[in-house]
Design a protein around this ligand. Structure first.
Ligand SMILES: [Mg+2]
Length: 330
């Protein structure tokens, strides 16, 4: 039986919730990445965070045991640099509301970096900056109101830390959004520019995107037409999977990175329900009902996959009775 990983030439990884959580590696992730390297599968680390350089990200990954090189890291700041180079005249004035890393990437694109609206920037780019101030957001907002093109590296509304959620780059973007009448052009997942940059840089023919969020990772993979794999070690769980819109449904699911080395789950749907492995989810007058022993995590994943098929095809009006039984999964 073939493993899920067979047939893919590269794995694109989201970082937070897939490979690490704050200062700690996620269970199974270091071993999983090492096995990929031994199997000759390329690894690409795709991050929406524009604040840190690729060298810093690679260093963090290496400290955790992943042995990453900065050439394997693709950031939204890099993708922003490429996009600005393609979209703006060389030497254009760009107001940067982000960290020094983003400033450097904008300069690498051949742009002149400015800090005030009075310098008449033709574009504004916003990225995550833990030292962001209101006066800098004011400058960005006024420049956009005066006609500057508006780019955002990413719009993640929150950022996970080991202590809890904190406001993400999207919170600062929303603050500016309140002052203007249109949305920014977004570079990071789930939008195309970052995913296109990862495809271009890796040269992968058949990559698989591994992520923990439907709204960024899985939808980002859909945006560029590549397969995706949802793991349950991070932000989203079975309820999110079931609620996923058509362009947010993963190709496969698994508990963590090591699940890449198992056969892909297949669910068989019939008129009365869906079967996956030894688990059957029955449809009883529009309600999902579970048949089989779901005491193991693997059986719970089988149940989740069968349940998701039934919700997605409209066979069940409520998944709650089954969701309540899947207590090992988030
Ligand atoms: Mg994540």
């Amino acid at each position: 039986m073939t493993d899920l990983i067979d047939g893919y030439d590269a794995i694109f990884f989201d970082l937070d919730g897939v490979l690490y959580l704050g200062p700690q590696a996620v269970e199974g992730a270091v071993e999983g990445v090492a096995r990929l390297h031994r199997a000759g599968v390329a690894t690409v680390y795709v991050t929406n965070n524009a604040a840190r350089s690729t060298a810093v990200v690679a260093h963090h990954l290496s400290d955790l045991g992943f042995g990453a090189d900065k050439s394997e890291v693709v950031s939204s700041a890099q993708a922003a640099s490429g996009l600005l180079r393609r979209e703006l005249e060389p030497g254009s004035k760009v107001l940067v509301a982000g960290t020094d890393n983003l400033v450097e990437q904008v300069r690498l694109a051949g742009m002149e970096v400015v800090t005030t609206f009075t310098e008449a920037p033709v574009a504004v780019i916003q990225g995550y900056d833990p030292a962001m101030t209101w006066p800098r957001l004011d400058q960005a907002a006024i420049a956009i109101q005066r006609g500057a093109r508006w780019f955002a590296t990413n719009t993640d509304s929150t950022r996970p830390t080991e202590h809890g959620l904190v406001p993400g780059a999207g919170a600062a973007v929303q603050a500016v959004r309140n002052t203007v009448d249109h949305d920014p052009e977004v570079i990071g997942k789930p939008f195309r520019p970052l995913m296109d940059e990862a495809l271009r840089r890796s040269g992968a023919q058949r990559p698989l995107f591994v992520g923990d969020r439907i709204d960024t990772d899985i939808m980002g993979a859909h945006a560029v037409g590549i397969d995706s794999f949802l793991v349950f070690t991070g932000a989203h769980g079975v309820r999110d999977l079931c609620l996923a819109p058509a362009d947010g449904r993963p190709t496969a699911i698994g508990w963590n990175v090591l699940s890449l080395f198992e056969p892909a789950r297949t669910a068989t749907v019939d008129a009365g329900g869906a079967t996956c492995g030894a688990i059957r989810v029955r449809v009883d007058e529009g309600e999902a009902a579970l048949e089989g022993d779901v005491t193991t995590r693997e059986a719970q994943l089988d149940a989740a996959w069968a349940l998701a098929q039934l919700v997605w095809n409209g066979s069940v009006s409520t998944a709650e009775p089954v969701l309540a039984q899947l207590d090992q999964l988030p």
